[in-house]
Ligand binder design. Structure first.
Ligand code: HPA
Length: 271
């Protein structure tokens, strides 16, 4: 695992002038407005980076963008990798490990998620306070490299309180309704049945999605502070469930993108 991470890192080091301090992952429907905020961008498509997987989902662009936001050096993944695409957890982990070797200290993650909390509504945002990993694998399974982190990384605070407090303050100042809750990560790619949504609600999840948790596990393993925000794209009321299409999820995420950009740029300015 070390060798591909090093090769990808060395390739990227030759392309950039400044070390990135902040990593950003832009999820489904969230890859446009934030990108406009990046000054002096250097864009590299995933398919030219050694060992990088390529996105197979059309709603994800597949670009790594280095540049400046609020005078901070950022490294932005415009599109991410999901387990349901067939990648191994090691492949999903690779870009995050590369971020660490390049110098990233804080990671800001976004995603589109189903809303399981019946007092909330689609289009609103949820900051992750915690997660439940229901995916069938863990990127840290297998031989542990102490260079990356410990064998049994602590998960008592997967989403850094110091970042979450700042996000809440920025939300208040900008009149953004930012919920706080628990995200359940499922394998997908099929959406959940009514019975599965009921089960996830019983488990204590407020939102459900097919991403984020692998990246958060890897980042925590390496001591990168994380925060994550879900755009709630569809209401998952088991007793009144509507059909949901990808386009609706993408459109609902895009409609909330401006709020997400306000939160993320505000936070980057304070790091
Ligand atoms: N389930 C799983 N993943 C999702 C959903 C959902 O309802 N909405 C957006 N991503």
């Amino acid at each position: 695992m070390l060798h591909p991470v090093k090769e990808a890192t060395e390739f990227l080091q030759k392309k950039i002038k400044h070390k990135p301090e902040v990593g950003v992952i832009l999820g489904t429907g969230l890859g446009n407005l934030f990108v406009e905020e990046i000054k002096n961008p250097i864009t590299i498509t995933y398919n030219v980076i050694p060992h990088f997987p390529v996105t197979t989902v059309t709603s994800h662009k597949g670009q790594l963008i280095f540049g400046e936001v609020k005078k901070k050096q950022v490294m932005v993944m415009r599109g991410r990798f999901h387990y349901y695409e067939g990648y191994s957890m090691q492949q999903i982990a690779l870009p995050i490990r590369v971020m660490k070797l390049l110098g990233v200290k804080n990671l800001l993650i976004s995603n589109a998620a189903g809303n399981l909390n019946l007092s909330w509504h689609k289009g609103e945002l949820m900051m992750l306070d915690d997660h439940i990993n229901l995916q069938p694998d863990n990127p840290l399974r297998g031989e542990n490299s102490e260079l990356f982190g410990p064998r049994f990384p602590d998960m008592s605070e997967p989403y850094a309180q110091k970042l979450n407090k700042k996000l809440q303050k920025i939300a208040r100042e900008n009149k953004i309704n930012l919920h706080k809750g628990v995200y359940a990560a499922v394998q997908g790619p099929s959406m959940e049945t009514r019975a599965e949504y009921r089960y996830l609600r019983m488990l204590g999840a407020d939102a459900v999605g097919m991403s984020t948790v692998p990246e958060v596990l890897v980042a925590n393993h390496m001591g990168i502070a994380c925060c994550a925000v879900s755009v709630l794209t569809n209401d998952c009321d088991p007793d009144h469930l509507n059909r949901v299409e990808l386009q609706t999820i993408v459109d609902t995420a895009s409609a909330s993108e401006k709020k997400l950009v306000t939160l993320f740029t505000g936070l980057i300015g304070q790091l």
